[in-house]
Ligand binder design. Structure first.
Ligand SMILES: NC(=O)c1ccc[n+]([C@@H]2O[C@H](COP(=O)([O-])OP(=O)(O)OC[C@H]3O[C@@H](n4cnc5c(N)ncnc54)[C@H](OP(=O)(O)O)[C@@H]3O)[C@@H](O)[C@H]2O)c1
Length: 238
């Protein structure tokens, strides 16, 4: 049977690569993003459905759920570093806005989208959320949001695994070929990020896409409630 796959943040970088892999695998794929001018051309290129949806907006997320019907794989890839708020407000107001924006973009996007499609998840389905090495160190409000994503995933797994749904986070290290840094990554920083890996290379979007496909495969049905680190050894676990 054709699997239905929903990838939030599927217009670029990691989400786009994941959507492409599932589409090549003959799944019926829905990608989302906040802007029609990227959602529509990307959906056309990949041969998938495109839905304009801000995953941090409850009304838009509810409409997305109505549009997709049943779901076999949900990939919560939407996220990243929010635009810095401009303005000359009080420092604490700016700090609060920055934390709210990071929590909305990197935690609440996944929480809301998953809640909206939860009743549409089939048995043997998978919820995969893209976390970050920033949850482990030096992540600030972005890392704190990604750490909360992993904590939420653990409780989601406890709730959904009895129905046969697996719930995992792929915690990505530095991945090149995305818009994450908005072109602002210096050569020096790139070298430093590669240097801290054991295999001395940046991650690729396909490293993450292949991990997502594995987590949604029959071989991964007993893996749930986990954070899977994909970072070339830049952060190690026991
Ligand atoms: N690149 C890395 O080194 C790296 C490392 C660790 C983790 N990650 C994580 O990987 C995920 C994918 O990021 P990426 O690196 O592939 O960056 P990217 O190329 O900037 O892609 C981010 C995607 O998320 C979408 N998006 C952002 N906020 C959204 C929202 N509220 N609702 C719907 N879509 C939204 C973007 O589209 P619109 O802006 O058009 O909405 C875009 O499609 C993110 O969760 C990021 O935190 C990335």
């Amino acid at each position: 049977m054709t699997r239905i796959v929903v990838v939030t943040g599927g217009t670029s970088g990691i989400g786009r690569a994941i959507a492409q892999r599932f589409a090549v695998d003959r799944a019926e794929v829905f990608i989302t993003g906040r802007h029609a001018d990227t959602v529509e051309p990307t959906a056309k290129e990949l041969g998938v459905h495109g839905v304009v949806c801000d995953a941090a907006d409850p009304g838009q997320v509810a409409s997305l759920a109505d549009r997709v019907g049943q779901v076999d794989v949900l990939v919560n890839a939407a996220g990243g570093l929010p635009e810095a708020a401009s303005g000359d407000g009080a420092p604490l107001d700016a700090l609060l806005a920055q934390w709210h924006a990071n929590l909305a973009q990197n935690l609440l996007t996944a929480v809301l989208t998953t809640a909206a499609v939860q009743d549409r998840l089939t048995g043997d389905s998978s919820v995969i959320s893209i976390g970050s090495i920033g949850a482990e160190r030096r992540g600030g409000s972005y890392g704190a949001a990604k750490a909360a994503l992993a904590a939420w995933n653990a409780s989601l797994s406890a709730e959904l695994a009895p129905r046969g749904v697996t719930c995992n986070v792929i915690s990505a290290g530095y991945i090149e070929g995305t818009n994450f840094f908005r072109g602002g990554l210096s050569d020096e920083r790139h070298r430093a990020l590669v240097e801290e890996t054991h295999n001395k290379r940046p991650g690729t979007v396909d490293d993450i896409a292949r991990t997502a496909c594995f987590l949604a495969s029959p071989g991964a049905r007993h893996i749930t409630g986990q954070t899977i680190h994909v970072n070339g050894g830049a952060f190690t676990t026991r």
